[in-house]
Design a protein around this ligand. Structure first.
Ligand code: MLT
Length: 275
């Protein structure tokens, strides 16, 4: 079979007048697309990318402003990121995909799946939530923005690292923690503050989730303190065709903290779609 699309790493694509970089590997009828959380990049899907590209066409891209994608000129918003996802699929002539998003990546997937339900074969929502920010969370994000503008990005990164991993990971998975810390440190302050603003302004999606009818897998780390399992249960209640798994010994970055179990759950879910 001749592959019509390019495969490789850091491939360039112009999306909404912005240069976006993506990785594309493996073969399969329905591609699996991974969307990272804030303020990470596509590298956070490495354990999943390696695993799924053996059996599926597997794609991961950097959201505008993160990793190797340009920030573009438009004001960041979750709506814009969701529009980028649909345009990304259009540019690669992907009619339907299985799309997996973690945290902010999950906000993007929920928005896009509500707007364009026909483009999704199934979705995987990891460590995310459908509620909008409360006034207290908005205020917290504004404080973070002020801190970063004041040049204290490393302080922000340290606090963030302590929140995204569970204690066991912080103590025993230093190579993973270090990799994430390096990735976040490399992200530009403008992109970090832009995304904090975008998340603060995002709308509640819980009341719209009934528009999502495709099979949905919800995964959440048991010790996730940013988007706790209780928030995944709200998603579970609002998406009819959904099921949820709580990952033991994981925090907010469940795919990196328990990669084997995460991959197995996702693989089982994908196998059931075709069975
Ligand atoms: C993320 O991991 O994408 C963010 O922490 C989500 C959030 O802050 O709402």
């Amino acid at each position: 079979m001749i592959t019509k699309y390019m495969t490789g790493s850091d491939l360039p694509l112009n999306i909404n007048n912005t240069l976006v970089r993506y990785d594309d590997k493996g073969k399969g009828e329905i591609p699996v697309i991974f969307i990272h959380g804030f303020p990470f990049d596509k590298q956070m899907w490495q354990p999943q990318f390696q695993f799924f590209s053996k059996t599926n066409r597997t794609i991961a891209y950097d959201i505008r402003g993160f990793g190797k994608s340009e920030a573009g000129m438009q004001m960041p918003s979750i709506g814009l990121y969701a529009d980028d996802l649909i345009n990304f699929m259009d540019a690669l002539e992907i009619e339907k995909a299985i799309v997996c998003g973690l945290s902010m990546g999950g906000y993007v997937v929920m928005n896009a799946a509500v707007l364009c339900p026909d483009r999704f074969e199934a979705i995987i929502l990891c460590d995310t939530q459908c509620i909008a920010d409360s006034p207290a969370v908005k205020e917290y994000r504004n404080k973070l923005i002020t801190k970063i503008i004041a040049g204290k990005k490393s302080e922000f990164v340290e606090e963030f690292i302590q929140q995204v991993f569970c204690k066991e990971s912080l103590d025993h998975k230093q190579h993973v923690v270090e990799k994430v810390r390096k990735g976040v440190m490399a992200t530009s302050p403008v992109s970090i503050t832009g995304s904090l603003g975008a998340m603060a302004e995002r709308h509640d999606m819980c009341s719209q989730l009934n528009k999502i009818l495709v099979p949905t897998l919800i995964i959440c780390g048991e010790y996730d303190i940013i988007t706790p399992p209780a928030q995944s249960e709200v998603i579970l209640k609002n998406i009819k065709n959904s099921k949820m798994h709580t990952l033991k010994r994981a925090g907010h970055l469940s795919n990196l903290e328990q990669p084997e179990e995460f991959n197995q759950l996702m693989q089982q879910f994908i196998m059931e779609l075709s069975g």
